[in-house]
Design a protein around this ligand. Structure first.
Ligand code: ADP
Ligand code: MG
Ligand code: MG
Length: 370
């Protein structure tokens, strides 16, 4: 898109910019929010900011979401400054305050906006082309968790309730099977049986969190490569972005979702499931990167869960695809008949691939834990 759907002059007036808007344009390849890059003149210097309008159909409580983001980014920035990090302003997102001193502003139509300084000399990548990128991204997500580890205060607002509650996810699937509103269960009897054999595994981490065996942490919950800015020169992961789903949860959810989204060469909806495999060199890169920053704060129990985490998050995603198929494709957009079954089958294939390689995965976690 090249046209501005929104009046950026109005948006600029809502924030304490201390600079004059020159021009702005739609930016990035995000699918959720409306993102703009805007150039400002600040005493003769050109500087860029990101203005983002939160998708109101997706986020029902945008103000509470932004209070989470404000708390987490303030804490991260202060900590980086205290540690003497010379690049604190590049190592975390920071919210430009509104004219009312808030980390967000509400425009004349009632939409919620936020403004971030533009992270310069770095970019995001939509596809992974090297294991180095995997190491860098995983390290950055570990650093993000590390910065949030001592946040303190009230729990964060649960922006998307039960987002990674795999117990509830399985329950939702079971209800969809029982209702079978579209008479589709008969087409997926094998898949249903496969998931029903794994219900117990689905509650493992949730039960451990509830029992206090592993800690509740600040987690990102959307740990895709394209949510990390990699430095243009060094390739290092310098800043984690896209904090909309930042909530409290288990550290292993973030790691598990990296394994789910980064280790298989096949698309999530690949019809030929023989192409779906957990590639060990990618897992190696993820463990290496993640533990280089997270090893210091993870508990032994969390570390032990890392090989299982990829399986758990893949199971979770599979239950969502299958339940959505049974409910008539109401959540995930479909582009062909049976699209959500194809997606379900890739998740099954990935779990099976992980199962076959579990011993080697455990050995790698051991190797990078010392
Ligand atoms: P979405 O939730 O829609 O994916 P993101 O927050 O990931 O939105 O932002 C979309 C794109 O905008 C990112 O992929 C990134 O390239 C760019 N972007 C977001 N924040 C910044 C920033 N502070 N500095 C530079 N680029 C950014
Ligand atoms: Mg994003
Ligand atoms: Mg997002």
């Amino acid at each position: 898109p090249t046209e501005n759907k929104h009046d950026l002059t109005h948006v600029a007036s809502l924030f304490d910019m201390r600079a004059d808007l020159v021009h702005g344009h739609p930016y990035g390849s995000g699918h959720i929010n409306d993102t703009y890059c805007a150039y400002y003149d600040q005493a003769g210097q050109r500087i860029r900011y990101i203005h983002q309008r939160l998708a109101e159909n997706v986020f029902k409580e945008p103000v509470k979401l932004m209070e989470n983001v404000g708390r987490v980014t303030d804490h991260a920035f202060n900590k980086l400054v205290e540690e003497g990090n010379p690049e604190a302003h590049r190592r975390t997102l920071t919210c430009i305050k509104s004219t009312e001193g808030k980390p967000y502003a509400v425009d004349k139509d009632g939409s919620v906006w936020r403004t971030y300084p533009f992270i310069e000399r770095a970019r995001t990548y939509d596809t992974i082309t090297s294991t180095d990128q995997c190491v860098a991204a995983a390290k950055a997500f570990g650093e993000f968790q590390k910065l949030g580890a001592d946040l303190g205060g009230e729990p964060l607002f649960e922006t998307i309730p039960n987002f990674h509650n795999t117990k509830v996810r399985f329950q939702t699937l079971i209800e969809a099977i029982e209702k079978d509103e579209h008479n589709r269960a008969k087409d997926v009897a094998k898949e249903i049986e496969w998931f029903m054999a794994r219900v117990d595994e689905g509650s493992k981490v949730v039960d451990m969190l509830e029992a206090g065996e592993i800690p509740v942490r600040v987690t990102h919950n959307d740990t895709k490569l394209n949510n990390v800015m990699l430095d243009d020169v060094t390739g290092e992961g310098i800043c984690v972005i896209d904090l909309d789903t930042t909530m409290n949860g288990s550290a292993v959810y973030d790691f598990g979702d990296m394994v789910r989204t980064a280790t298989s060469p096949a698309a999530e909806d690949e019809k030929d499931v023989s192409k779906v495999t957990m590639r060990m060199h990618m897992f190696d890169a993820l463990v290496k990167g993640y533990l280089s920053s997270a090893n210091a704060f993870l508990t032994d129990k969390e570390r032990e869960l890392l090989p299982f985490a990829g399986k758990l998050l893949t199971l979770e995603c599979g239950t969502r695809f299958l339940a959505d198929y049974l409910m008539g494709d109401v959540y995930f957009k479909i582009h062909r008949d049976g699209h959500n079954i194809d997606r379900t089958r890739t998740q099954i294939a990935l779990v099976e691939s992980i199962d076959q390689q579990m011993g080697e995965m455990e050995a790698l976690v051991q190797k990078y834990s010392v």
